[in-house]
Write a protein that binds this ligand. Sequence first.
Ligand SMILES: C[S@@+](CC[C@H](N)C(=O)[O-])C[C@H]1O[C@@H](n2cnc3c(N)ncnc32)[C@H](O)[C@@H]1O
Length: 220
Amino acid sequence: MNLGQLLQHGRPHPDTPGLTIAHARAYELCGAVCFGGMRPRAYARLARLSGARPGDRVLDVGCGTGYLTRRIAKAVGPTGSVLGIDPSAEVIAYARDKTREPHCAYEAGVGEALSAPDGSFDVVVSCLAVHHLPEDLRPVALREMYRVLRPGGRLMIADFRAPRTRPVRHVIAAVTGHVMVDYRVDLLDGLIAGAGFDVRGRGDVRPWLRYVQGVRPEKP
Ligand SMILES: C[S@@+](CC[C@H](N)C(=O)[O-])C[C@H]1O[C@@H](n2cnc3c(N)ncnc32)[C@H](O)[C@@H]1O
């Protein structure tokens, strides 16, 4: 059994075929270890890259334990709001427990069928969650993110950038399973453009992440 299997639910989740995280505390510990002390800085940078500003309404898809969600709550301030959604009841409970800001909330939900009305957010973010979806649901989730963003709204997706060096790939595959090393983060641009977004920027966040930014055009 590898680390991925240890952290995830043993049975299929009733609401999604996505790989859902069951053990919030263990996930947090792995996050701290795998980022080697760089997690606070990496996620603070993602919050800046999201373009979230005071007063914005933000959605975090696949929020997990809320590590990014809480950083975005600071960026939008009390005049804004952040909603984190995740199918896992365990991570949602953990995220609620860790969050003090009243304008930062969490709900059960799946990226491929968002419950929010059309155009209800200024910014949508998602970190390390797209690779948790089966390939056929990734474009569906991106179209949902497009739908719930207002015209002119901003998108920032970050996901795992597998290293190219063979020995490191072997270690990651042994520790986490093949989903992460086989994930094609280079396909994110096409996925985002395919959903209708204008791709505006991309880059790497050390040690493991690639991000792509998009904007929902004012006119389709
Ligand atoms: C690796 S964690 C990332 C959590 C958090 N965004 C972070 O950066 O720490 C991936 C998350 O995606 C969630 N997930 C799985 N299937 C999903 C789906 N269909 N829709 C939204 N999130 C999903 C998992 O439950 C898990 O919490």
